[in-house]
Ligand binder design. Structure first.
Ligand code: NAP
Length: 258
C-alpha cells in the first residue's frame, strides 16, 4: 500500500473490476488504501486473481458477482456487495463507485441487430443507471461516482455507433447527477479512455489495426489500463474535490487532429 494512502478508510466498488481497465483501477484504488469490491460478471478466476494481486501488494479487496444487463442486475449487485461487507463486519457504506463494466458492438448502423442494441444499452447504460439509483443510499456524503465513458463520444465513429450512443447517454447522466448530488458533496465525473490494450479490442492483434490505433494518439502508442487507472485515482481522491460534472479525456490525445 502507498505510504501516502490517500484513500485510507474509503470503500470502493469497481464494476468490471476483474479484468482490463477495471482491474487496473481496482489495483490502483487499493494501492491508495481503499477497500475494493472487485465486481465481475462471468470470469470468477479473473476476479480472484485481481483480489490476490491486491492482497500481495498489501491492499484489501474482495470479489462481488452480478451479471449485468439482465433483469434485477443492480439489486443483485448491491445484495452481493452488502453480504460481502457484512461478512467483513463493515457497515455497508460506500465512498467510491466506478461504473466501468462494459461491452462493445463493433458494427456500423446497417449491421446492428435489435438484440445487439438492447444488450449493449442494458449493460453499458441501464445497469449503471440503476446501480447508481439503488446505490445512492449507501454512498456517503463527499463520495465519488466515476463513469467510464469513451473518447468515441467526441468524434464521429460510424463503426461502433450503438456502443458510442450508450456512452453518450452516460455522459449526460454524469452531467445531470453532478448537479443533483452537489449538495451532498458527491462529485460525478466521466473518464474517457481511447484505444486501450485490453481484451475488449481483439483486433489489436492485427498489426495494421494496432499501428492505426497507436497513430491516433498524439503520443503514438496504445493506452495501457494503468494510464486510465491513474486518472480515475485522481478523480477519486480529495485532490479532485472541486471537479464535478466533467468529461475527462484519458485517451492520450486520440484524434486531436484527424
Ligand atoms: P474488458 O477487458 O473486456 O473488461 C470488461 C469488464 O467488464 C470485465 O471485468 C467483465 O467481467 C465486465 N463485464 C462485461 N460484461 C459484463 C456483464 N454483462 N456483466 C457483468 N460484468 C461484465 O474491457 P475494458 O477494455 O477493460 O473496458 C472497460 C471499460 O472501458 C468499458 O466500459 C469500455 O467501454 C471502456 N472503454 C474501453 C476502451 C478500450 O479501448 N479498451 C476504450 C474506451 C472505453 P466478466 O468477464 O467477468 O463478465
Amino acid at each position: 500500500m502507498s505510504s501516502t494512502a490517500r484513500l485510507a478508510g474509503k470503500t470502493a466498488l469497481v464494476t468490471g473490476g476483474s479484468r482490463g481497465i477495471g482491474r487496473a483501477i481496482s489495483r490502483r484504488l487499493a494501492h491508495e488504501g481503499a477497500l475494493v469490491a472487485v465486481h465481475y460478471g462471468h470470469d470468477l478466476g479473473a476476479a480472484e486473481r485481481t483480489v490476490k494481486e491486491i492482497e500481495a501488494d498489501g491492499g484489501r479487496a474482495f470479489a462481488v458477482h452480478a451479471e449485468l444487463g439482465v433483469p434485477g442486475d443492480a439489486d443483485t449487485l448491491w445484495s452481493a456487495f452488502d453480504g460481502a461487507l457484512a461478512d467483513r463486519g463493515a457497515d455497508g457504506a460506500l465512498d467510491i463507485l466506478v461504473n466501468n463494466a462494459g461491452i462493445t458492438v463493433p458494427r456500423p448502423l446497417a449491421d446492428v441487430t435489435e438484440a445487439d442494441y438492447d444488450r449493449v444499452f442494458a449493460i453499458n447504460t441501464k445497469a449503471p443507471f440503476f446501480i447508481i439509483q439503488r446505490g445512492l443510499a449507501r454512498l456517503r456524503d463527499g463520495g465519488r461516482i466515476i463513469n467510464v465513458s469513451s473518447v468515441a463520444t467526441r468524434v464521429a465513429f460510424p463503426a461502433i455507433v450503438s456502443y458510442t450512443m450508450t456512452k453518450a447517454a452516460l455522459d449526460y447522466l454524469t452531467l445531470t447527477l453532478a448537479q443533483e448530488l452537489g449538495p451532498r458533496g458527491i462529485t460525478v465525473n466521466a473518464v474517457a479512455p481511447g484505444y486501450t490494450e485490453t481484451e475488449i479490442n481483439p483486433t489489436l492483434a492485427i498489426p495494421e489495426i494496432r499501428r492505426r490505433y497507436s497513430e491516433a494518439s498524439a503520443f503514438n502508442r496504445l493506452g495501457q489500463p494503468t494510464d486510465i487507472a491513474d486518472v480515475v485515482a485522481f478523480v477519486a481522491s480529495d485532490d479532485a474535490r472541486w471537479v464535478t460534472g466533467q468529461w475527462i479525456d484519458a485517451s492520450g490525445g486520440a484524434h486531436l487532429g484527424v
